[in-house]
Design a protein around this ligand. Structure first.
Ligand code: LER
Ligand code: MN
Length: 311
């Protein structure tokens, strides 16, 4: 009967996902995780109030369910991937999150570029200006929610001849400098996300991100490394994280296939050890594809992350 009975799913999904961790530990020094101080690390998950062509969001368009599920599964916080803050019931959203005891770790802003063509590297100066205005609205919302502001997919791609591309990049640098200065006065940390070459042509690697921050010259600017992009772009993910050190301001986890950690071939024991060595404290957010479905993906992320953080 046992052999012919279908897998029940449900509460067994996080338990099964937990079993993936000992397999990864065995790739590495056994017992290494237990020796790491994981007490100041937290787990978050990326959600969106709207369905989006940006794939790695769970319960996109069903934010209330997503927030309730995140709380039930033991997440500490959520990241909100948003398009235009003006279309949101901010009070309701704030209350919904507060009622569950979750934190809002960050606001992700790439949907402005994907859905509205508002990208920091747009070929049209007017679009670039509108993008900065959109991001300033996101920044004010981030202040209200106590969240970081992510500058990632909203960069888009530079285009045209080399001097046009230079102009677009210079314009983006100026926009980020404005955001950084405003973020500083509002107490919001701006985090720059290196993104793989198939999505942008400006800031692909951790070193690109570090050089960018150096160029802007704002000491408060930080990075949000994303293990999915790192798996594509970095020579050695752990070396890169250690090199980024105190510049890591936030963290995205997704496995090599952009499914939850544990479902691909990235070694998260090594990644976590590098983060601890880098001195990172704070939220690690699962930004993952809703595969095979929202419920399963969130439960897998919860199960693996709990095991990884030693809960
Ligand atoms: C956003 O966090 C991200 O990882 C990018 O793929 C957005 O384009
Ligand atoms: Mn990301």
């Amino acid at each position: 009967v046992w052999l012919t009975t279908d897998f029940e799913g449900g509460r067994h999904i996080p338990r099964l996902a937990m079993l993936d961790l000992p397999a990864q530990e065995s790739w590495d020094d056994a017992g290494r995780l237990a020796s790491l101080d994981r007490s100041s690390l937290q787990m978050g998950v990326s959600l969106s109030p709207e369905s989006s062509i940006f794939g790695p969001l769970i319960y996109a368009g069903n934010l209330k369910i997503g927030i309730e599920m995140a709380a039930r599964l033991g997440f500490d916080g959520v990241e909100l991937s948003l398009r235009d803050p003006d279309t949101l019931d901010v009070k309701g959203l704030h209350k919904l999150i507060q009622d569950t005891g979750l934190k809002t770790a960050a606001i992700a802003t790439g949907q402005s570029c994907l859905h509205d063509g508002l990208c920091l590297l747009s070929a049209e100066a007017d679009k670039r200006k509108q993008t900065l205005e959109r991001l300033r609205k996101h920044l004010r919302l981030a202040e209200k929610l106590g969240a970081h502001l992510i500058v990632g997919g909203v960069r888009g791609r530079s285009s045209g001849n080399p001097s046009q591309q230079q102009e677009q990049k210079a314009s983006m640098n100026e926009a980020v400098a404005v955001l950084a200065a405003e973020g500083r006065s509002l107490g919001v940390t701006i985090v720059i996300e290196p993104i793989n070459r198939y999505e942008t042509n400006y800031i692909n690697t951790i070193d690109d991100g570090l050089a960018f921050i150096e160029e802007i010259g704002d000491t408060e600017l930080k990075l949000v490394p994303d293990t999915f992009h790192m798996n594509i772009e970095e020579g050695d993910m752990t070396d890169s994280l250690v090199r980024a050190g105190s510049r890591i301001g936030y963290m995205h986890f997704a496995d090599s296939n952009r499914r939850p950690a544990g479902q691909g071939h990235t070694n998260f024991v090594q990644v976590l050890a590098a983060l601890v060595t880098a001195g990172y404290r704070g939220m690690i957010t699962s930004e993952v594809l809703p595969l095979p479905d929202d419920d399963t993906a969130m439960a897998q992320a919860a199960g693996f992350m709990k095991a990884l953080l030693g809960r």
